[in-house]
Design a protein around this ligand. Structure first.
Ligand SMILES: Nc1ncnc2c1ncn2[C@@H]1O[C@H](COP(=O)(O)OP(=O)(O)OP(=O)(O)O)[C@@H](O)[C@H]1O
Ligand SMILES: Nc1ncnc2c1ncn2[C@@H]1O[C@H](COP(=O)(O)OP(=O)(O)OP(=O)(O)O)[C@@H](O)[C@H]1O
Length: 484
């Protein structure tokens, strides 16, 4: 529960009270920060509805969490609440102004562009993918971008920008280039940009997805502070630990609210797939996470002993010895003398603070960057070190072989999607590996079945939710794995 002095959850806003506005406003509560009445939204001209006759009211000082399975409509709802898009049907009221309503004729929407523009100035939105929000090449300029657009006085900005950067732990990165930052660092940056605007409502779409444990705790502290100052917080998440700290939780399913209430009420609903799945994931994680022996530390990225001392005598599938990497122009090494071995059948989890070098290590292993020093062998292929062939032609041949043997799912899955349909995208790898058309089809079907995305086969990979895109990217890798 937040320290909110402004929002008191009504006892009658109980679980299962689906698609109804919270009754709190009827009982003389402060004017809502947002009120959605019977809104529907479609991406395909009304063939399917991402949001379906949804009603929701959000109050100043309230911390509202939105849960739901991939594709259930959470991001779409976030965009509507932030004023980024208008629904096809229904009425939207943001910060006391009706910005969009159905026409009296019942056909089409009346959109008040001026009211939308005004509301957006006081609503901070953090998108699922931080890259979508970064607009400049200097961290502090990026944070100042929002207040500048609001016409904030220079003196106020001089105070608000560093304060926001400090809150997210990026003050020492004020002059860095955001495009050269890790995913988690970028996610912190976009949050700072929203905070610097001093918003009346904050809409956050999975703000902790790329953050380390400390970063996630920072976010909760920031949200507590924001709600205590009267800011309404709408927080989209898959993480139960975050939902537990909200004032109210709603669960979406196929664009509808199927549960609403306090975290205790809603998170106990094991009959809801989104909730039982999240509980399963949380307990799997608790069971399988061991003490962090293999920890990349931000200040000096070095990987200690391999977790895998399993007595397995198979040849290592991955072998790194004293591997180091320094980005061009960087003052220090990002990876420093990393050594480890992984054998067939073993799983290695790499955990570490934001910016500690996890993605960089993955890129070296997939030969998307060349180590500065040390040796690297992947699936028997020498990619760096004394065994690496000198001749360019032989190196090219080995790289081609590597592409057949190693699958890579990037931090931003949309970076690796390109085909017209999901099925074509997943088929690309197996086709390149020389399988017959019927084998390719089988592999694509099996991969889609495994990931539960068969119904997406004919959709464009670019018109999917963030989570659906990630599943497609994983399916593309699964479809390439050897059959035995
Ligand atoms: N293109 C680049 N040029 C210079 N430095 C970079 C570049 N990309 C990343 N870095 C820096 O290298 C370090 C490691 O980044 P990396 O993306 O590997 O971290 P990470 O552990 O994957 O982080 P996260 O958990 O936030 O995704 C960071 O300090 C980052 O700022
Ligand atoms: N740009 C788009 N074009 C067409 N359909 C889209 C687009 N973006 C999302 N959709 C569809 O709208 C529905 C809701 O998507 P949304 O992104 O709101 O889901 P979500 O609950 O946020 O999912 P996730 O947890 O995977 O991020 C999904 O069926 C999705 O495929």
């Amino acid at each position: 529960m937040s320290q909110s002095q402004h929002f008191q959850p009504s006892p009658s806003s109980a679980a299962g009270q689906a698609n109804t506005a919270s009754p709190a406003d009827k009982a003389g509560k402060p004017a809502p920060s947002a009120r959605l009445a019977d809104i529907s939204f479609s991406y395909d001209g009304g063939q399917t509805w991402a949001l379906d006759q949804l009603c929701l009211t959000v109050y100043p000082g309230e911390h509202l969490c939105i849960l739901g399975a991939n594709g259930s409509g959470k991001s779409t709802l976030g965009r509507i609440l932030s004023g980024a898009v208008a629904p096809d049907r229904g009425q939207v009221e943001l910060l006391g102004q009706v910005v969009c309503s159905s026409k009296d004729s019942g056909q089409g929407q009346r959109v008040d562009v001026h009211a939308y523009r005004q509301a957006r100035q006081h609503i901070g939105m953090v998108f699922q993918n931080p890259e979508d929000q970064i607009v400049t090449t200097v961290v502090q300029d990026d944070v100042a971008f929002g207040p500048e657009n609001l016409g904030a006085p220079r003196q106020a900005m001089l105070a608000s920008v560093p304060a926001a950067l400090e809150q997210v732990g990026l003050l020492s990165h004020s002059d860095s280039d955001p495009t050269r930052m890790s995913g988690g660092q970028q996610q912190r940056l976009t949050l700072a940009g929203s905070l610097a605007m001093g918003p009346e409502m904050l809409v956050l779409d999975e703000p902790g997805a790329m953050l380390d444990a400390a970063g996630r705790q920072d976010i909760q502290a920031i949200l507590r502070r924001s709600t205590s100052q009267g800011t309404a917080v709408v927080h989209i998440t898959h993480l139960l630990e975050q939902a537990q700290q909200a004032d109210r939780v709603i669960v979406l399913d196929h664009g509808r609210i199927v549960a609403s209430g306090s975290p205790e009420q809603v998170l106990a609903r094991q009959d809801l797939p989104a909730i039982s799945q999240a509980h399963r994931q949380a307990s799997d994680w608790a069971q399988h996470s061991k003490p962090a022996a293999d920890l990349l530390d931000e200040s000096a990225a070095s990987l200690a002993a391999d977790s895998a001392q399993s007595g397995d005598h198979a040849a290592p599938i991955l072998k790194l010895a004293d591997l180091s990497y320094r980005f061009p122009d960087a003052s220090r090494e990002t990876l420093s003398q990393v050594s480890l071995e992984v054998r067939a059948g073993q799983t290695l989890a790499i955990i570490g603070r934001n910016g500690s070098g996890k993605s960089t290590l993955a890129k070296l292993i997939c030969a998307l960057a060349q180590p500065t020093s040390g040796s690297l062998q992947v699936a028997g292929i020498p990619l760096a070190g004394p065994d690496q062939p000198k001749a360019k032609r032989e190196r090219r041949r080995l790289l081609k072989l590597l592409r057949q043997r190693v699958g890579y799912v990037m931090q931003y899955p949309e970076h690796q999607l390109f085909a017209e349909t999901v099925a074509q995208d997943i088929a690309y790898g197996p086709n390149n590996l020389g399988y017959t058309p019927s084998q390719v089809q089988q592999r694509v079907d099996d991969a889609m079945d495994l990931l539960g995305i068969i119904d997406l086969a004919d959709r464009s990979p670019f018109d999917l939710s963030g989570g659906q895109q990630r599943l497609v990217a994983i399916a593309g890798v699964v479809a390439c794995t050897p059959s035995s």
